[in-house]
Design a protein around this ligand. Structure first.
Ligand code: CAA
Length: 387
């Protein structure tokens, strides 16, 4: 029986545009510091017309495939809040774009921002049964709220791909999880809407409640001591949310003050602060950012708090593998963020407001510099191209 299972490789992708939140602040008539400091966000990624959750997911996953691993991928789990079809899994398009074989099972999972963590846990179970196989988990989301709402500054877009295997090179996931589920209407998206409905203040309270609830379950099941955890990666709808939740947890569990609690989040904000909310991908962008810092985390235990409105949360832990540094992509990742094209409010609004006159048939303009593009819809069929 293989006991060491976890994340062997991790890579992300995002939109090819970015907007500085000062642009939004000017339209909203607030100081930029409300977003920079109050929310802890500096900019957000915006998709080109011909990018979507599928093209981002394929781009992130291609980075993993390019590196090559001898173990065959037998399962692809696509985690998203931003579903593009009520029936077909978006992962099936990704499967084709990546050129994976027909001997792969593909499925899509959903529970707001939580589903990538469920996918990761399902993947570890599959690998435990067949340790010679690999599972590709892809989390991909576009966070959309109403224009001019106070949630607008917490939008974003991103995808994270993770290869889950035995004897992982990056993070071994420990077996004990803390779970917390509660039916709460803090954030949801009815089938007829392209933007989420949100009760902002309730969502913050629900997130904090779910954090302490999941931790209590972890502790009651003999999970690791709080003091043994070096850093904590939280779901980051905006980075200050992680600070709020962790301060509460650290005070109640370990009587830590705010400054001591904040240190335990060091290094986890850099990517989400620049990408914005990427829903299910967000917590794994926190991990990617942490791995890319200069800190030596080998052998250290990390804590993870995954939260999906509605609401389901999970607290789990993992041990960073020896030699993980040889597998991270710090320079490549920073170049990817720096390489996005800055846009102003006018261009951003035009992209957000784009609605085709005929939703069953339309073509997108050629914009993305990426390898995969969403060409539009032809007779209700989504068209994806490898450029
Ligand atoms: N300088 C510095 N700070 C300032 C400032 C200034 N000039 N002006 C305001 N601030 C601070 C405020 O004091 C506040 O900080 P505290 O909460 O620490 O007091 C912060 O900026 C935000 O200000 P408001 O509370 O007034 O902000 P708001 O009400 O306009 O909007 C929000 C904030 C409710 C989070 C809204 O952006 C929203 O609804 N976002 C979407 C929902 C969300 O992300 N919820 C998070 C939990 S749910 C979840 O995690 C799932 C998910 O991904 C959606």
């Amino acid at each position: 029986i293989t006991t060491s299972i976890g994340i062997h490789d991790i890579a992300f992708a995002t939109g090819s545009y970015r907007i500085d939140l000062a642009e939004l602040a000017a339209r909203h008539g607030v100081e930029a510091n409300k977003y920079y400091i109050g929310l802890g966000q500096s900019e957000m990624s915006v998709l080109a017309n011909d990018e979507d959750v599928v093209t981002m997911a394929a781009t992130a996953a291609q980075r993993i495939l390019d590196r090559g691993d001898s173990r065959p991928i037998r399962t692809l789990i696509f985690a998203t809040e931003t579903g593009i079809d009520q029936s077909k899994a978006a992962g099936v398009y990704v499967h084709r774009l990546l050129g994976l074989g027909s001997d792969v099972r593909v499925v899509e999972v959903k529970q707001a921002c939580y589903s990538a963590t469920a996918a990761l846990q399902f993947a570890t179970a599959l690998v435990a049964r067949s340790p010679e196989e690999a599972v590709l988990v892809v989390a991909s989301d576009v966070a959309r709220y109403e224009i001019d709402s106070n949630a607008e500054a917490t939008q974003g877009a991103g995808a994270v791909a993770m290869l889950v295997t035995a004897d992982p090179a990056i993070l071994e996931i420990e077996p004990v999880s803390g779970l917390f589920t509660e039916d709460v209407m803090d954030f949801w998206r009815p089938n007829h809407r392209s933007t989420a409905v949100v009760d902002g203040k309730l969502s913050i309270d629900a997130y904090i409640n779910a954090t302490t609830g999941a931790w209590a379950d972890l502790a009651s099941r003999g999970g690791p001591a709080f003091e043994s955890i070096e850093r904590f990666c939280y779901h980051q709808p905006f980075t200050r949310m992680a600070v709020k939740a962790h301060r509460k947890l650290a005070a109640s569990v370990a009587e830590l003050g705010n400054d001591e609690a904040d240190v335990q989040l060091d290094g986890t904000f850099d990517y989400n602060r620049r990408i914005g909310n990427s829903y299910t991908a967000s917590i794994y962008l926190a991990l990617a950012a942490l791995l890319d810092t200069d800190d030596d985390l080998a052998g250290k235990r990390l804590g993870f708090l995954s939260y999906g409105s509605g609401a389901v949360s999970e607290f789990f832990t993992g041990i960073v593998s020896a030699g993980y540094r040889e597998h991270v992509r710090a320079d490549e990742n920073r170049a990817l963020l720096d390489g996005r094209t800055p846009i102003g409010d006018e261009q951003y609004l035009a992209l957000q407001r784009f609605t085709p006159a005929d939703v069953s048939n339309y073509e997108t303009t050629r914009e993305t510099p990426g390898r995969f593009r969403f060409g539009g819809v032809d007779g209700d069929k989504r068209v994806y191209e490898v450029v």
